[in-house]
Design a protein around this ligand. Structure first.
Ligand code: ZN
Length: 184
């Protein structure tokens, strides 16, 4: 659980630190608002992806299942700034599949934390591997990082791409290429 009081205190200090008057009208409610916002943005810290992925059902064929363009918003742990974009997931079932909305839920669980994109990608892949036990899974995330596009190198629209492959996707380059072609 986030400690709202501590966050409020910190935001008041931050406002003072940047030379603002934390008591002026526009800022008076800001610490409280920011504290409530963080509670929402970081709700995934308390959540268990396995809970969403454990409801599986039997499948007759083991063809590749792809869910692409899952929108996500996360928070970069280095700058506390948003990074956001799309996640594409594919897996090869081993007799078991999961509802497609559960894949989106899994992305949400790992996005709603202080994150780095590489780790988020790996966590999604590992959670699917552990719970669903498919023959293979691959996760690709493409995102814009506000800490890169709003400041520093300032390259608006530039995308960071990360991939995590497990099982057959790790071993079979052709399979990986097929996925990359399908999500392009
Ligand atoms: Zn950053």
């Amino acid at each position: 659980m986030v400690n709202r009081e501590k966050i409020e205190e910190a935001i008041r200090l931050l406002l003072e630190g940047i030379g603002e008057d934390a008591d002026r009208e526009g800022l008076r409610e800001t610490p409280g608002r920011v504290a409530r916002m963080y509670e929402e943005l970081l709700a995934g810290m308390e959540a268990d992806a396995g809970a969403h992925l454990s409801k599986t059902f039997g499948a007759d064929n083991n063809e590749m299942v792809i869910e692409k363009d899952i929108t996500f918003y996360s928070t970069c742990e280095h700058h506390l700034m948003p990074f956001f974009g799309k996640v594409h997931i594919a897996y090869i079932p081993d007799g078991q599949v999961v509802g497609l909305s559960k894949l989106a839920r899994t992305v949400e669980v790992f996005a709603a934390r202080l994150q780095i994109q590489e780790r988020m990608t790996v966590q999604i892949a590992d959670a699917i591997m552990d719970s669903l036990k498919p023959k293979g899974v691959i996760v690709m995330a493409q995102a814009e990082h506000m800490c890169m596009t709003m400041r520093g190198v300032k390259k608006p629209g530039s995308q960071t791409v990360t991939i995590a492959a497990r099982g057959e996707f790790e071993r079979d380059e052709k399979l990986k290429d097929r996925f990359l072609m399908l999500v392009k």
